[in-house]
Design a protein around this ligand. Sequence first.
Ligand SMILES: [Zn+2]
Length: 345
Amino acid sequence: MREIREIALRRPDDMHVHLRQGPQLAGYVADLAASFARALIMPNTIPPIATPEGLAAYRDAILAAVAPSGGGLTPLMTFKIQPGMDRERIRALKAAGAVAGKYYPVGVTTNSEDGIAESESVMGAIAAMEEEGLVLCLHGEEPGAEVLERERAFLPRLAELGRRFPSLRIVLEHVSSSDGVEAVLGLPDRVAATVTVHHLLYTLDDLLGGGLDPHLFCKPVVKSARDRAALQRVILEGNPRFFFGSDSAPHPKASKEGRAGAAGVYSAPVSLALLAGFFEERGRLEQLGPFVSRFGAEFYGLPANEGRLLLRREAWRVPSEIHGVVPLAAGRVLSWRAATENPPH
Ligand SMILES: [Zn+2]
């Protein structure tokens, strides 16, 4: 069998990413734009993205950072759902360009201290989102549950939201457990999930089975081999309701390695290389394109991206730091690389 040297993909989408703000933004944008045509931008900044003005300003800042990077990244904007948001606000957010709203339960991840404590307090906002055709993105972890049980404990809320809002599109973000996978499979087609590269490839043993690896620490935490196998199964089957969202979340090295290390994995520079390796090892390379370039766009009702991204077989060592952040797979030699010298269409 001839070895494949090159993979041509329709330019991919990352349907869940954190870009932060301020001087670091440009570097993070460049890493993302090297591989992705569009990205769904998470709103848990400080202050959160929750007003039309804030959303427009954040999009402008991202676009200003895209230009010098030479890429062609289109940010797909989201807002943070807050108690008491009324219909007018939801309409205005949509008019400002929002495609989705993000539900953060209180205290479950970075900058979620102002998250939702009482789910009833946002039902009006969610009803308005349903009416406006906006997607509901869920950080599906239940505050107060044990850390490995938080996703499972949240799943009844997912089912309840699905029942209560019969035309709402819902995404269980960064699904991490076999129970989460089963829950999505048991719900109608308008309920989907994003899958990260770290939940697809790593387990709790990689995080803390040997030396503690703070750079693999994220919320939800990576789980058991059984959970990982459930994720791999639906991805290898090519189930269109499970699409790529990296949850790439850069934190400076010092904030990861200090006491109370921050939660988040910086995967943007390596996600496509790792995914290509994963699909190739399992003889399912043909599933890479749909997973990163098609299923997410279809779920969101977006046109397919123009242009191609080439991945070349080329051994390269992942740098130990990029923009002061330790990326996923730092120091490892990977065998696929995005051919960034090819300008996007
Ligand atoms: Zn996230």
